[in-house]
Every structure is written in C-alpha cells, then in structure tokens.
Design a protein around this ligand. Sequence first.
Ligand SMILES: C[S@@+](CC[C@H](N)C(=O)[O-])C[C@H]1O[C@@H](n2cnc3c(N)ncnc32)[C@H](O)[C@@H]1O
Length: 145
Amino acid sequence: MMEKLAIYANEFGKPTEIPYFSLDGRTPLTAEAWTKLRAKWNHQHGITNVWNEPPVRGKERFKTDNFKSAHANQKPLKLLSRIIEASSDVGDVVWEPFGGLCSAAIAALQTNRRCYSAEINEDYYSLAALRLREEKLLYTQYAAA
Ligand SMILES: C[S@@+](CC[C@H](N)C(=O)[O-])C[C@H]1O[C@@H](n2cnc3c(N)ncnc32)[C@H](O)[C@@H]1O
C-alpha cells in the first residue's frame, strides 16, 4: 500500500524536487524498501502483551564488594532476553543507550546478538565491564570515553 501511495503521490501530487515518500531523496519508495523498515516481531505462543518480572534478587543481583546492590535499577535478564528475542534475530545488533550494568548487553550476547552499550557514570561503566568479564563474555570490547 505504501508503494501504491508513493506512485499515486508522485503521479498526481504537486511537482516537487524530490520524489514523495522517497527514502534517499532520489528514487521513489518501493514496497521492499518499506518492508525492511518495519519493526521485527518474533511471536512466542502463549505470551501476552503484559510482561511482568519481579525485581532482580539472589545470584543474578550484581553486588559490590560490601555486598550492596551495585545498581538500583538492574533489570532482569529473563525480561531483557524476551524483549530481544521478540524484536530481533540472531546476529542483529542491539543498542543499549542507558547501560547501567549492561544487562541488555549480557542478554543480547547470551542470545547470540551483538550489542553496543553506553553508560555515562564511570563507576557503573567499570562495574558493567567487570560484570561482562565475570559472565565470561570476554570477546566484548570496552571503550572508555
Ligand atoms: C535505568 S538505568 C539502566 C539499568 C540497566 N538497564 C541495568 O539493567 O543495569 C539508566 C542508566 O542510564 C545512565 N545514563 C543516564 N544518562 C545517560 C547518558 N546520557 N548516556 C549514557 N548513560 C546514561 C545512568 O547512569 C543509569 O545507570
């Protein structure tokens, strides 16, 4: 339908310098190019659209040397894995802009995706790097800003 809309707009719309709905500003939109822009959704049977996980506790909770939780907002790996598997394929890149302890990176690497994370706080950054090392995701590279 988007391709038809683009064809119609380009044929009957007010003349413009670039084609209507063009992605590159030069060529008209195609159905294939539009389909590639759509979000992925890998459906898991029996899972509703309400995803509820309790706060992270026990062994999964990453602690500091004095046994305190290292980050107040550490997210559950089970939830992040579900999100990543539902919305990406093996080999895809996951972007985690607010890394914290980089739980999304761990879930991404465990489910055979690649991941880029950012964390602004140096202490959390160092703890996330330590956590990734401890998870034996050693092929991960770290870059300090
Ligand atoms: C809700 S926490 C993320 C917790 C993470 N999902 C986890 O499981 O550990 C949000 C993080 O974003 C970081 N942050 C805030 N602003 C940022 C920025 N501009 N760039 C990168 N990280 C940022 C904070 O320091 C904080 O650690």
